[in-house]
Design a protein around this ligand. Structure first.
Ligand code: RNT
Ligand code: ZN
Length: 423
């Protein structure tokens, strides 16, 4: 073990020298990385099931495929799984909850009647563990969402139910933020849309806009709660029309100051990337929420891997100095592999991509660009890919008492044998 740590130190020293030769301060990069919290999505732990209706079908045009054993069945199991994930992800992070993870002690509580008391166990846990909390109303997997419309539903009574649920969610978020001393980002995503070509694309959008205005009418202190809205391209069974499209929410967030836009990396056309959108939307919108995800064909929610696009997203956040205006959440759900590993692999990849971006000699690249030396720019960009950034990452893990390399998987395997296999 000691010699392993010794080797890691030597590798880090060597990496420092290689980066210093390019004018990059690895210590500064490590320090900046330690200040970025990711919001881990609770729903990877149980395939977006929640506790409201055990065994109920997942609605809203989203799907978690696979039947890997050991998924969490209640709050205690989910928190236990999360505790392990958070131990294996270096740094200090947040948890992103959905309303269906309320703990009501067996009582049936309608979603429009949820209050902070139904999340007391989550809040106590978050406080004890030092996690910030984020929140989402759950506008799917519910009889009143069964025909594919919620906030844009043509029936005013159904719309009102979802408006009330979203209002209740914002109040829960504000309670979290006040108690924990860090603003809760409450993100609204609705699945509304239709399988086949609609005759009226406008009216549902008018209704969605009016519903959102009703939801957001109550002013809440942004120190406690901030609201985000999330667009989507299509869902399963919702292939022809999505009410809350990118243009819809882009316009909505721009015209409602203080409202964050949520960009989910899997919610665009397959060759369209959110990395290119950041510097455009941040000209007009103060803050963003990201759902870091990975689209694969129809799916928008594969576990995040260290792709070119993930690196490009993080480069843009660093190059544009946008980290202070961007809340980074993860959003994927893979039921075909160990769910704790899914969290850890995805989160560590997001951090590794961010570290790569923080290790970039951006000023030097921009100088080459400014002077028209595009040959030098390309050469340096490619050279950077081969630098020993892995040693810097190992150093980050060591300093934050998280496992180096594949050791994280050993911890998950023993937890699987001891805990998950018993479920
Ligand atoms: C769905 C959206 C949304 C959900 C979660 C469960 O396409 O991405 O963010 O994944 O709310
Ligand atoms: Zn999302």
């Amino acid at each position: 073990m000691a010699s392993h740590a010794g080797a890691a130190e030597a590798a880090y020293e060597h990496a420092c020298e290689r980066y210093a030769a390019l004018g990059v301060d690895t210590e500064a990069a490590l320090e900046r990385l330690s200040r970025v919290s990711l919001s881990l999505h609770c729903w990877q732990g149980d395939d977006v099931g929640g506790f409201e209706n055990p065994g109920g079908a997942l609605g809203g045009g989203i799907a978690a495929t696979g039947n890997y054993p050991g998924k969490a069945r209640n709050g205690d199991e989910l928190r236990s799984d999360l505790d392990l994930a958070f131990r294996l992800i270096p740094g200090s992070h947040r948890l992103n909850l959905h309303a269906i993870y309320a703990e009501t002690g067996g009582a049936r509580v309608a979603r429009n009647e949820l209050g902070p008391e139904h999340f007391a166990a989550w809040l106590d846990w978050a406080k004890a563990q030092g996690h910030g909390l984020d929140f989402n109303p759950t506008c799917f997997s519910h009889p009143l969402a069964a025909d594919g419309y919620t906030l844009a539903h043509p029936d005013p009574a159904v719309r009102q139910f979802w408006i009330e649920h979203c209002i209740a969610s914002r109040r829960i978020g504000a309670h979290f933020g006040r108690v924990l001393g860090t603003p809760c980002i409450t993100n609204i995503w609705v699945p509304d849309g239709s399988k086949d070509t609609p005759a009226d694309r406008l009216a549902p959008r008018q209704r969605l806009r009016a519903s959102l205005d009703a939801v957001l009418a109550e002013p809440l202190d942004p120190a406690w709660n901030r609201d985000a809205v999330e667009a989507k391209l299509f869902g399963i069974g919702v292939e022809s029309y999505t009410v809350g499209s990118h243009e819809f929410y882009m316009g909505y967030a721009m015209s409602r100051p203080g409202t964050l836009l949520c960009l989910d990396a899997g919610h665009f056309h397959p060759t369209e990337v959110i990395s290119d959108k950041l510097s455009a939307v941040l000209l007009y919108i103060d803050e963003l929420l990201l759902h870091v995800s990975r689209g694969v064909r129809w799916d928008s929610d594969h576990v995040v891997t260290l792709t070119d696009e993930l690196q490009a997203i993080m480069q843009e956040l660093v190059r544009g100095d946008f980290l202070g205006r961007t809340h980074i959440g993860l959003d994927f759900f893979d039921a075909s592999i160990n769910r704790v590993a899914a969290w850890v692999i995805g989160a560590r990849n997001a951090q590794r991509a961010l570290l790569l971006a923080l290790l970039e000699p951006t000023a030097r690249l921009r100088e080459l660009e400014r002077t028209g030396d595009n040959t030098g720019r390309l050469a340096l960009m490619e050279e950077l890919k081969g630098l020993p950034w892995g040693a810097v990452w190992d150093q980050f893990c060591l300093r934050h008492d998280a496992p180096v390399g594949m050791a994280f998987l050993d911890a998950i395997r023993s937890y699987e044998a001891k805990v998950l296999a018993q479920r």
